[in-house]
Design a protein around this ligand. Structure first.
Ligand SMILES: C[S@@+](CC[C@H](N)C(=O)[O-])C[C@H]1O[C@@H](n2cnc3c(N)ncnc32)[C@H](O)[C@@H]1O
Length: 218
């Protein structure tokens, strides 16, 4: 749930869903969405539309700038000799052809191998390596834990997950105004490890206040 969007909807409509008209939604959030039965549903579809607009039209990649979680990962991942690698939220899919046996998924960027979000991706295959570089970062704690849990399910025993996260720094671009960045921190990274029986192999501060960390499935 994007609390920022939901709170705005409650304040503006006084919890009356009939006031949530398409012109109101266009005025405030600058997106078009389907009609919904309640404000929780509206918050969800508006959040998806806002993320879609941002990541398909405005956000640009800067893979070279990361000290740990960019190009340095190519050798690091290939040295594990993975049979299958999943790049969750691959963006421009810059690891394609560079990391072995890679599939890039992304719901909003057309350069992905498959245009799908992590919660809707279905695979019978287990992955030796899963990357989530800036992609498990949007919405509240429950959404983050659900996405994380799905990734753990798709990770093979002994497999490795590499993360880059934003600790909640808001992007100042007007188009990113309604995006809710989850405030990742070290205690939460460690809490997830104990919740999902993972080992934390590495944690570093990366460029631009981002955190880089690595888990291994026991
Ligand atoms: C900050 S960008 C990072 C892209 C790429 N991983 C990189 O490091 O350049 C975050 C990416 O996550 C994608 N994303 C957002 N929500 C997602 C979801 N639920 N499942 C998978 N990808 C998602 C966005 O479309 C976007 O391409």
């Amino acid at each position: 749930m994007n609390k920022r969007i939901y709170t705005q909807l409650i304040l503006d409509t006084k919890n009356d869903v009939s006031k949530c008209t398409s012109s109101y939604i266009k005025d405030i959030f600058d997106v078009e969405v389907k009609t919904c039965d309640n404000l929780i549903e509206y918050a969800k579809v508006i959040d998806d539309a806002v993320l879609h607009r941002w990541f398909s039209k405005h956000w640009q990649n800067k893979m070279k700038k990361w000290k740990y979680s960019g190009v340095a990962l190519i050798d690091e991942v290939n040295s594990l000799k993975p049979r299958a690698v999943l790049d969750v939220g691959c963006g421009y899919n810059e690891f394609r052809g560079k990391i072995d046996n890679l599939i890039g998924i992304d719901p909003y960027n057309k350069n992905a191998d498959i245009n799908v979000g992590i919660m809707d991706y279905r695979s019978t295959e287990k992955f030796d390596v899963i990357l989530a570089l800036g992609s498990v970062n949007f919405g509240g704690r429950n959404k983050i834990i659900s996405e994380f849990s799905r990734m753990v399910t798709m990770l093979a025993d002994g497999g490795t997950m590499f993360f880059r996260v934003n600790p909640g720094v808001q992007n100042s671009a007007p188009e990113a105004r309604w995006i809710e960045y989850f405030p990742w921190n070290v205690p939460f990274i460690i809490e997830l490890a104990s919740m999902f029986n993972l080992k934390v192999l590495d944690i570093h501060d990366d460029t631009n206040q981002r955190k880089y960390f690595v888990y291994k499935k026991k």
